[in-house]
Design a protein around this ligand. Structure first.
Ligand code: Q9C
Ligand code: ZN
Length: 334
């Protein structure tokens, strides 16, 4: 399988994140892609598709924020990585915000997504890897893999969150539509609900978003991913949420997967895009499902059995020692 990765995706390395009340080492660190690279064999550098495909999803002012935030933070005399501490939940309205702390609040949803020196460049090349995997599939490959890092599915059109800055999945889906594909299905099997992807395609009838994830009653991101969220307007019924309880093993996950695949078949898409997170693994340090390494091959086989052209985009997975084996197992199923 063709695999895409750019070594500039190692640059982003925030020191810490706020986790359950303490500052702890940042879980989404460069050791993750190193573990994957050691397990999957040769990769190709992505082609540079420029900013136009990013601007199909994200407004220019948000990209400008991502590019400038670290420099603005340093210019304000702040130590470490740029991180917000105030968020406009109540009566949010358009404002021309100059203060870095205000901009960090305006353009992010949580305290686990700091901006460090190489963040923009890393996110940019992560998106280019996604676009290159999509391009390979549009050009006739049955499957392709993008080692996206940072991940993307928590980032909305104008906000960062959950270690995500650019929504790589939405960027790929919009590129597929711009290239003439009429119906695109997204299957998100990261442990966490893909709130950013859901938000971006909430009212879209041409993009199906199906997600299997930990129940937001108990798990991040809490405010999205409940079963009764089904989309609106043209998108009514094209958002499908299948939350599962903590402790879910392959038997229960497999039933939800079959239901998800049934919805995808019913949608009759031209193309499948898969947000793959290995944080459903039993040994994941921040998650609570019980999927084993060998199970990922079975999950991959069942998805491949749809027979759809499929681009796979990497999302989460924090058990770094097992991460490469988990990704390799999943890809082997295809
Ligand atoms: N105390 C992805 O897997 N931190 N993002 C949760 C819980 C955010 C995970 C904190 C987890 C985001 C792509
Ligand atoms: Zn996750």
């Amino acid at each position: 399988m063709r695999c895409f990765w750019d070594k500039r995706q190692l640059l982003h390395a925030p020191a810490q994140e706020l986790h359950n009340g303490s500052f702890v080492p940042y879980a989404e660190h460069p050791g993750r892609p190193r573990s994957i690279l050691a397990a999957i064999g040769p990769t190709e550098a992505p082609r540079d598709h420029g900013e136009a495909p990013l601007l199909r999803v994200h407004p220019a002012d948000y990209l400008d924020f991502l590019k400038r935030a670290f420099a603005d933070w340093q210019a304000a005399g702040r130590p470490g990585d740029a991180a917000g501490y105030v968020w406009p939940v109540v009566r949010r309205r358009p404002l021309r915000l100059e203060r870095i702390d205000a901009r960090l609040g305006r353009y992010s949803m949580d305290a686990s997504t700091p901006i460090a020196e190489g963040t923009w460049e890393t996110a940019y090349w992560s998106a280019q890897s996604a676009l290159s995997a999509l391009e390979a599939v549009l050009d006739g490959e049955r499957t392709a893999f993008a080692l996206c890092r940072p991940p993307g599915h928590h980032a909305g059109a104008d906000y960062a969150g959950g270690y995500c800055y650019l929504n790589t999945m939405a960027i790929a889906a919009e590129a597929a539509i711009a290239a003439g594909r009429r119906r695109v299905a997204i299957l998100d099997i990261d442990y966490h609900h893909g709130n950013g992807t859901q938000d971006i395609f909430w009212d879209r009838g041409d993009v199906l978003f199906v997600s299997i994830h930990a129940d937001p009653a108990t798990d991040y991101p809490f405010f999205w991913g409940h079963e009764d969220e089904r989309g609106e307007g043209d998108g009514e019924g094209t958002t499908v949420n299948l939350p599962l309880p903590r402790g879910t093993d392959m038997a229960a996950f497999g039933k939800a997967l079959d239901a998800a695949l049934g919805r995808i078949v019913g949608f009759a898409p031209d193309l499948l895009l898969c947000s793959y997170g290995a944080d459903t693994f039993a040994g994941d340090p921040i998650s609570f499902f019980r999927i084993e390494t060998a199970d990922y091959a079975e999950i991959g086989r069942r998805i491949a059995a749809l027979g759809l052209p499929t681009a796979i985009l990497m999302e989460g997975g924090y058990a770094v020692d097992a991460l490469g084996a988990n990704v390799a197992s999943f890809l082997s199923g295809f």
